[in-house]
Design a protein around this ligand. Sequence first.
Ligand SMILES: Cc1cc2nc3c(=O)[nH]c(=O)nc-3n(C[C@H](O)[C@H](O)[C@H](O)COP(=O)(O)O)c2cc1C
Length: 299
Amino acid sequence: MEGITDRSFRHLIVECNAPGSVAMTTTEFVRVSQLPTPLLQLQDILGDKPAHTKTGIQLMGNDVEILVESARRAAEAGADFIDYNFGCPAPRVFKHGAGSALLAKPNLIADIVRESKAAVNIPVSAKIRSGIDHDSNIEDMCKQIEDAGADLIIIHGRLKTDRYTDPANWSRITRAVNAVNIPVHGNGDAVDNKTIQQMLDQTGCAGVMIGRGALNNPWIFDEYINNTARRTPRQFSDWLSNYAKLMAKRGATETQVLGKLKQAAKAMGPAGNIPFAQSLLRSNDFFGDLEHLLSEDLV
Ligand SMILES: Cc1cc2nc3c(=O)[nH]c(=O)nc-3n(C[C@H](O)[C@H](O)[C@H](O)COP(=O)(O)O)c2cc1C
């Protein structure tokens, strides 16, 4: 997720869950427009990959050749798989014919997947929304993606026009599952054990992709796979503190660290009633307050 799943976040998420409970993670989208993305940039985005999971680089663009060359470099950088973003609804992206704009051009999606498969020796997945303003093309689109050789389809049960507010419609995930023989992962509103299980049961999808739920609760994977209890507020606080330290260690500025922490704290706060997160959101001098906040007895 853009602005969230940077290498520090991905590392901590994978590390705090029991080995194997996070099957795969993906970078934030890499916008590919005029030129192929430089290898060094892809290596930096990928970072040192966490153990016990597959890490994919997500590319987003609309030029076959430039995307395929970027995919080749992403493989060289060490990505375990290439994921294509055909779902981003952001106006600035859509206006430039990328992300969810490609849902109107399934042939172009298929060309990107096909040419990429010919160019790299790692799996290629396609992350799609269910359509732009209607969902009648789900089956055709998924079949085209399958025929182009994709290894996996990840379908978000919203349309582009639904943005993030309308509830995800999981019957669209079921339709994708029934349309193809390759694995389909469902996405949208799986936020805890109950909803993860419901998505699997209702749609028959082979896996569940979790977005915002991992920001609300970093242990969401372990809780589901190993049936572990919800972590304590103190553990949530420690997670935030480790996140801050890791980002700072990796060269993030104070402003960047604070911005990301506030975002995480906001997501965790209402769900987990994390005192640390609440204090953080009210803080005007985060770094000045950090030690004090961490020394409080929060449990
Ligand atoms: C802040 C934000 C950034 C996102 N960035 C990306 C992205 O870079 N690539 C992507 O495929 N999806 C991105 N998404 C969409 C999520 O991956 C996911 O499809 C969506 O949030 C629905 O799933 P969820 O209910 O599990 O969050 C983003 C969502 C949010 C809220």
